[in-house]
Design a binder for this molecule. Structure first.
Ligand SMILES: [Ca+2]
Ligand SMILES: [Ca+2]
Length: 330
């Protein structure tokens, strides 16, 4: 439910105290409690993101809307929550087309295309192979839907409570966002239960000197093999503090142009830690384009880990240049 203002007419002298009026009073109380109560996770937090409050006792955390897939179930989890006394779970039954369900945050929270969104939550699945997702849905200033960014998409979920983080860049025109938490998507036939808790928005980047080279001065060149190779000298051996799960590299990438196409050179870049790879960025441009790589380092928390840049080009004999500008971990 949202907040519904009580009109002057409803409380004019001589007006009866109706059930509808008292319901409005209660609904507003419940709404405000969900906004300011125990579930709020700090400034800029997601209302009732810890699922602690269900003041209207409908089995759905206040401030959220539950949607179920075929044969799916959803419930507040009180036996084994991770953050506070309540979590939320979706139950999926085996069978083609069956699924669990998803929670949508009711409120539209403000954002700006020039400000990244950092999120974290706690998650696990009783069966790792469930298809669980977290999506950010973007809206313009009059709250018209624009697009969706999927920030978590896994069929290899943790099987005990695990902190997850996400980084999303609002697209052009995005001024509001909502989060959608999907437990047991219907394209994967499996039985299991997906658990969620402690969904919150972070306002802080941990700015950490990830880059071995000085900012603006880390440039590496590879001459194009057709599959990724480690870039010599790019290795960053750093300590990953426990609780840090992602490193975000902000940089630039370009390819070079020798002679006439075809073939057209196309540069690709990514980072790796062990055999875990970041997203891939590619460009056809001979001028630098901005890149963001997000590398999952959750498997090497609490250890010294090597982060290694990889490049390749679609063609031989073309130079790709990647310049790392900043890196953050969070
Ligand atoms: Ca909770
Ligand atoms: Ca409720």
């Amino acid at each position: 439910m949202g907040f519904t203002a009580i009109t002057q007419a409803e409380i004019a002298a001589g007006q009866p105290v109706t059930q509808a009026l008292m319901q409005k009073v209660k609904d507003n109380d419940d709404y405000l409690y969900s906004q300011v109560g125990a579930g709020v996770s700090g400034e800029g937090g997601i209302p009732n993101g810890s699922f602690e409050i269900d003041a209207d006792s409908d089995g759905v955390p206040d401030g959220w809307t539950k949607n179920l897939y075929p044969a799916g179930g959803g419930a507040i989890e009180t036996t084994n929550p991770s953050h506070g006394a309540q979590a939320y779970k979706f139950i999926q039954q085996a069978g083609p087309g069956n699924g669990g369900g998803y929670l949508d945050m009711n409120d539209y929270l403000p954002c700006s295309p020039v400000q990244p969104l950092l999120l974290e939550w706690l998650h696990y699945a009783s069966v790792a192979g469930m298809h669980n997702l977290v999506q950010i849905r973007w809206f313009d200033k009059v709250k018209v839907y624009l697009s969706t960014t999927t920030v978590y998409d896994s069929t290899a979920n943790p099987v005990s409570w695990t902190r997850k983080t996400a980084f999303a860049i609002p697209p052009a025109g995005a001024k509001f966002w909502k989060i959608r938490i999907i437990g047991g998507y219907t394209d994967t036939d499996i039985a299991g239960t997906a658990y969620w808790d402690g969904v919150s928005r972070r306002s802080d980047f941990v700015d950490y000197p990830v880059l071995k080279h000085d900012s603006y001065n880390a440039e590496w060149i590879s001459v194009g093999p057709t599959s990724y190779t480690d870039v010599a000298g790019s290795e960053q051996l750093i300590y990953i503090p426990r609780g840090v799960t992602q490193v975000v590299f902000v940089g630039q990438l370009k390819t070079s142009w020798f002679g006439s196409p075809p073939p057209i050179p196309q540069a690709y870049s990514r980072w790796r830690v062990g055999t875990t790879y970041s997203n891939e960025v590619d460009t056809l441009s001979t001028d630098y384009v901005g890149t963001v790589h997000v590398l999952d380092v959750s498997a090497v928390q609490g250890t010294a880990a090597s982060l290694i840049l990889q490049l390749h080009d679609t063609n031989f004999s073309f130079e790709d240049t990647y310049k790392a500008l900043y890196a953050y971990m969070f």
